[in-house]
Design a protein around this ligand. Structure first.
Ligand SMILES: Cc1cc2nc3c(=O)[nH]c(=O)nc-3n(C[C@H](O)[C@H](O)[C@H](O)COP(=O)(O)OP(=O)(O)OC[C@H]3O[C@@H](n4cnc5c(N)ncnc54)[C@H](O)[C@@H]3O)c2cc1C
Length: 404
C-alpha cells in the first residue's frame, strides 16, 4: 500500500484514538492499526468498575499529580478535565462527578463512549485495521505489519505510535514495541510497574479468609506522613486505592532497603488516648476479639491485620495495643508482577521527543500515551495524560501534513 498524505496510527487505545480524532477533524485521512482483533481493550477494562476518565480538583492540584514532568504538565494543561468533559458531551456522553471528585461517564462503563467515538471516527473516514501487528520498518522506511493475510507494508506520510505501556499484555499492550525501537537504536527506558500491588507474606488465615477484602477508612503511609484512603488485601499482598497513590514511594523504599514498611492507622477518627481510655474498661470474660469489637469497633479484616502483625504480648498490653492500632506496621517484601500493574513507567524517553512528540531522530514519527516515560497516580490522571499526549501528537502530524 502507498498512502500519500495519510497518517498511520499504531495502537487503538485512548492515545491513538485521540490522535485520530484531531487528524480526522482537520480532514486528514488516517489508518488506525491494532494488533488485537478489537480495539481499546485496556480502555474497556478500565471501565469495568467505572471509567474514571479525569478529576475535578483545582488545576494546580491536578497538574501536581504529574510530579515535576513539566512537558507533560504543559500538554495536560492544554487538554484537561474541562476539555474532556466537553469532548465527552460532544460524543453524547454526560459526565458524572463522584463524591471524591473523580469524573466518570454517567453510565460508568467505557463501552458507550468507545462506541460513539469509533462511530464518529468512522464517519470522518478513519479506517480501522485490526489484527495488524506492527513489526518494524523495512529498508525503505515503510511500516511492516503481520496480519492474518500475511505480511503487509504501508508508507504513510506520518506515523503516530500509541502502543501503550508494558502491563496487562492480554489486552494488547505487551510492550514488545520497545524491542523493535531498541533494535533501531531508539533506546527506551525499561518498564517498571506503577500503580501496582505489592507483596506481603500473609498467613494462610489472611489468604483464605480475607483475600479481596477492602480495608476502609484508614490512614496509611511510609513513616509519619499518612494519607487517608482504603486498600484491598489480596492473596499475595495489598493493592488499589491508597497503595497505588503510595506506589512510587514504596518502590523507592524497596529499591533502597530490599523491603518497605507500611504504617496503618486503623482508627484515624480516634486518638491513641481515646482508644486507650476505651480499652481500659473492664473486659470480664469477653474474648479479646469481642472486647475490641465492642469497645473500639475493630472487627473483620482490620482485626485480622492487627492479629497478623503484632505478637501475643502486645495483644495483652492495652497501652501497646492502642499504640499499634494507630501505627500498625506491615512489611512489604516486593512489587507484584509488571503485567499486573495498572500502568507502567519507562518506554520512550522525553529526550528523544521534540515539543510535538516527534521522534527527533525519526522525523514524521510521533509517540503518544503510556508508551512515553511518565508517571501519575490513578484517579483519572492516566487517561487524561493519554488523551492530552494523543492530541499533541495528532496536532504535530497534522501540521506536518498541512505544511506540505
Ligand atoms: C484494570 C485497569 C484499570 C484502569 N483504570 C483506569 C482508570 O479508571 N482511569 C485511568 O485514567 N486509567 C486507568 N487505567 C490505565 C489506562 O487504561 C491506560 O493508562 C491507558 O489505556 C493507556 O492508553 P494508551 O492509549 O497509551 O495505550 P493502551 O490503551 O494500552 O493501547 C495500546 C494499544 O496498542 C496496541 N498495540 C500494542 N503493540 C502493538 C503492535 N506492535 N502493533 C499494533 N498494535 C499494538 C494494543 O493492542 C492496544 O490496543 C487502568 C488500567 C487497567 C489495566
Amino acid at each position: 500500500m502507498s498512502e500519500s498524505n495519510r497518517v498511520a496510527i499504531i495502537g487503538a487505545g485512548p492515545a491513538g484514538l485521540m490522535a485520530a480524532e484531531i487528524l480526522t477533524d482537520k480532514g486528514i485521512g488516517v489508518d488506525i492499526y491494532d494488533a488485537m482483533p478489537s480495539v481499546g481493550r485496556k480502555f474497556l477494562m478500565a471501565g469495568k468498575s467505572g471509567l474514571n476518565i479525569t478529576h475535578s480538583e483545582p488545576t494546580d492540584i491536578f497538574l501536581n499529580r504529574y510530579g515535576d514532568n513539566q512537558r507533560l504538565i504543559e500538554m495536560v494543561s492544554q487538554f484537561g478535565s474541562q476539555d474532556i468533559i466537553k469532548w465527552m458531551a460532544d460524543l453524547g456522553i454526560e459526565a458524572h462527578t463522584g463524591s471524591t471528585g473523580r469524573i466518570f461517564p454517567v453510565m460508568m462503563k467505557s463501552s458507550p463512549l468507545l462506541r460513539a467515538w469509533l462511530m464518529r471516527l468512522g464517519e470522518r473516514g478513519a479506517v480501522l485495521h485490526t489484527k495488524h501487528r506492527w513489526q518494524g520498518w523495512n529498508d525503505l522506511g515503510g511500516l511492516i505489519f503481520d496480519t492474518p493475510e500475511g505480511i503487509r507494508t504501508s508508507s504513510p506520510t506520518a506515523t503516530i505510535f500509541a502502543m501503550g505501556g508494558g502491563s496487562w499484555k492480554r489486552l494488547g499492550s505487551d510492550g514488545k514495541w520497545a524491542d523493535i525501537f531498541n533494535k533501531q537504536s531508539l533506546e527506551t527506558i525499561p518498564f517498571e510497574p506503577s500503580n501496582s500491588g505489592f507483596l506481603i507474606n500473609w498467613s494462610d488465615k489472611i489468604k483464605q479468609d480475607f483475600a479481596g477484602a477492602p480495608v476502609k477508612s484508614i490512614r496509611v503511609g511510609l513513616g509519619q506522613d499518612l494519607i487517608s484512603g482504603e486498600f484491598v488485601v489480596t492473596e499475595k499482598g495489598v493493592e488499589s486505592g491508597a497503595i497505588y497513590t503510595l506506589s512510587a514511594k514504596i518502590r523507592e523504599q524497596i529499591k533502597a532497603y530490599g523491603s518497605a514498611k507500611l504504617i496503618i492507622d486503623l482508627l484515624p477518627h480516634m486518638s491513641e488516648q481515646d482508644i486507650l481510655n476505651k480499652l481500659s474498661r473492664p473486659r470480664g470474660k469477653q474474648s479479646l476479639s469481642n472486647y475490641l469489637r465492642k469497645t473500639v469497633k475493630l472487627s473483620g479484616v482490620k482485626l485480622a491485620l492487627l492479629y497478623e502483625e503484632i505478637d501475643k504480648a502486645v495483644l495483652q498490653d492495652m497501652e501497646k495495643l492502642a499504640w499499634r492500632i494507630k501505627s500498625l506496621p506491615l512489611t512489604i517484601t516486593g512489587t507484584a508482577n509488571l503485567d499486573e500493574a495498572i500502568s507502567t513507567t519507562g518506554g520512550v524517553d522525553w529526550e528523544a521527543l521534540d515539543e510535538n512528540l516527534m521522534l527527533k531522530d525519526y522525523p514524521g514519527n510521533y509517540c503518544a500515551g503510556e508508551m512515553i516515560d511518565w508517571d501519575a497516580p490513578t484517579g483519572g490522571y492516566l487517561i487524561t495524560a493519554c488523551l492530552a499526549t494523543g492530541r499533541i501528537a495528532g496536532l504535530g502530524a497534522a501540521a506536518r501534513i498541512l505544511e506540505q
